[in-house]
Design a protein around this ligand. Structure first.
Ligand code: NAG
Ligand code: NAG
Ligand code: NAG
Length: 510
């Protein structure tokens, strides 16, 4: 099975695989405002806010739609899009906002529910609200493997029992290492912020932070108490089957923002999100729909050009980039007008948010300062699949181009796909013996230089499948006489002589 298969399959099972890419070149503000989590108050941490200029700490649908502008390209889109921002903490303890490159991109994927292939996609109702991710999360808990092991092939997720909503929400967050000299990495390949040394060595064009929202809805609630319970992920995060009770498919929102972490190359310090998270497991994002429902439904039904270009949708009115950049929030709460959140901001995060390392959930309000640190794992660079007609999932398309026109920005884009090229083989051995559940054979002998680090057994009907995760071990001596362990993990097909291709590099501390 090739990496592109899930995408091809996706088109086939869901019927429609169209999407569009909402460009929001402007940012209406950077502030501690969060009308979902802290309505009417100053929020705990800073967000970068895009979309309607009517955004405020207790925003209503009327505020959004009646606003005089949007920082996004389509003037009919008066939605609000917001998410935390990364700061750089210098070695001397002072914080500086990492520069955002090019605004924000919000994909609207029009993927059907694989469990209900004839179902339609319903536009967000007016004032629809939701949050993706969990600001208080400080660990990666899927499958007991941690974030350093690349995700298994998607076809294995359900077999491995990794399709709970909590699992899917963690796989919905990505930190993409940007190096435009190389083929792009796949989206959602790495679920944590790479450590500083890794960024310096590999990500010369910065980091693209990504988050996928749930796209299955309970069909009735505009919001829920925790802003999550009325929606759910399909079982492959972006596509797949919607869970029972969440049978209404809504557009699949996917945010991308690019941050110039490379501006700090060679400087001592660490990156930290505005919510006090250095690993990125607590990255999250918020949305309020400011579209008129009828208009959005028409867009969902008719803007199905596989190019993804908003210019290819005749009903959208498009404004140029400068106009998008000129749009800003109208009402800044008085408590925040003097809060410094951009540039160098002094020795604490805005709101005096403390870094909390986990693995236990962060507390809110903030505790006192913590002194422990945790090493951040490292998943190596992995190229995404080369774009073809059928795989055009997010990535890479938002790098700034020299031209300022939307037209050329879209034309020069080179979409990458969801699945890294080298993660191509789903690897397991299968024994099909009708009527009995056979015990899998012991794994084939592991070649020299490899070590089995984990074996999972999954049962599907009468078939027991064995998933072997093995690791290639190499020792490299570096000049300081410290040994650095580099390992390559492969998921192997035990009984079929095929090669799997998963790479990761891990730095063991001496
Ligand atoms: C926020 O707005 C809603 C509706 O406009 C109102 O009922 C509520 O009291 C407001 N809350 C705060 C804290 O201002
Ligand atoms: C800390 O270091 C940064 C980077 O060198 C510098 O810009 C900043 O002024 C320093 N802050 C203090 C308080 O020394
Ligand atoms: C990992 O994070 C989850 C969600 O915050 C939490 O429920 C769980 O207790 C954490 N695990 C550990 C070992 O702290």
């Amino acid at each position: 099975m090739k990496a592109s298969t899930p995408l091809a399959l996706l088109g086939a099972v869901s019927g429609v695989s169209a999407f569009w890419r909402m460009e929001c070149r402007g940012r209406v503000g950077v502030a501690r405002i969060d009308p979902l989590v802290n309505p009417g108050e100053v929020a705990q941490h800073v967000h970068a806010i895009h979309g309607s200029s009517g955004f405020n700490e207790n925003v209503s649908f009327d505020d959004l739609v009646n606003a005089d502008c949007t920082s996004c390209a389509v003037t009919e889109d008066k939605s609000s899009y917001w998410a935390p921002v990364p700061y750089f903490k210098h070695a001397n303890g002072s914080y500086e906002l990492v520069e955002q490159v090019g605004g924000m991109l919000a994909y609207y994927f029009l993927f059907g529910d694989a469990a209900n292939p004839n179902g339609q996609i319903k536009a967000f109702p007016e004032n629809f609200r939701m949050i993706a991710g969990d600001s208080l999360r400080r660990n990666f808990s899927i499958g007991g493997l941690g974030a350093k092991i690349p995700d298994p092939e998607k076809s294995l997720w359900s077999l491995l029992g990794q399709t709970s909503q909590v699992d899917l929400a963690q796989r919905a967050v990505g930190f993409n290492c940007l190096n435009y000299q190389k083929n792009p990495e796949g989206s959602l390949h790495r679920h944590y912020m790479p450590e500083k040394d890794y960024l310096d060595a590999n990500c010369q064009d910065g980091v693209r932070i990504e988050i996928m929202f749930p796209s299955c809805w309970n069909g009735k609630d505009l919001d829920s108490r925790n802003h999550r319970d009325h929606v759910a992920y399909p079982d492959l995060v972006m596509n797949g089957d919607c869970p029972k009770g969440f049978d209404v498919k809504i557009p699949g929102l996917f945010y991308e923002t690019i941050w110039a972490t490379n501006a700090f190359a060679g400087q001592e310090g660490e990156f930290v999100l505005s919510n006090g998270d250095i690993q990125g497991f607590g990255y999250h994002a918020d949305f309020i729909s400011g579209w008129k429902n009828d208009f959005l439904q028409e867009a969902v039904n008719t803007c199905t050009n596989p190019s993804g270009r908003i210019q290819d949708c005749p009903i959208f009115s498009i404004q140029d980039e400068d106009t998008q950049r000129k749009c800003g929030m109208k009402k800044m709460p008085s408590a925040l007008t003097n809060e410094k959140v951009i540039g160098s901001i002094g020795n604490s995060l805005p709101g005096n948010v403390q870094i909390q390392y986990g693995p236990e959930p962060a507390t809110n309000p903030n505790p006192g300062p913590q002194t422990t640190t945790v090493p951040v794992p490292t998943v190596g660079y992995s190229e995404g699949v080369k774009p073809t007609d059928t795989n055009y999932l997010p990535g890479q398309i938002f790098k700034e181009t020299t031209s300022s026109s939307l037209e050329s920005a879209s034309a020069t884009s080179t979409p990458a796909t969801l699945t890294p090229a080298e993660e191509s083989e789903a690897a397991f051995s299968a024994q099909a013996e009708p009527g009995i559940t056979a015990a899998p054979e012991a794994p084939a002998a592991v070649e020299d230089g490899y070590e089995v680090i984990r074996t999972d057994y999954v049962t599907e009907g009468h078939v027991v499948k064995m998933v072997i995760v093995k690791e290639k071990v190499e020792y490299v001596t570096v000049t300081t006489t410290t040994a650095t362990l580099t390992s390559t993990t492969q998921l192997l097909k035990a009984r079929h002589d095929r090669h799997a291709h998963r790479h990761q590099h891990r730095h063991a501390r001496p």
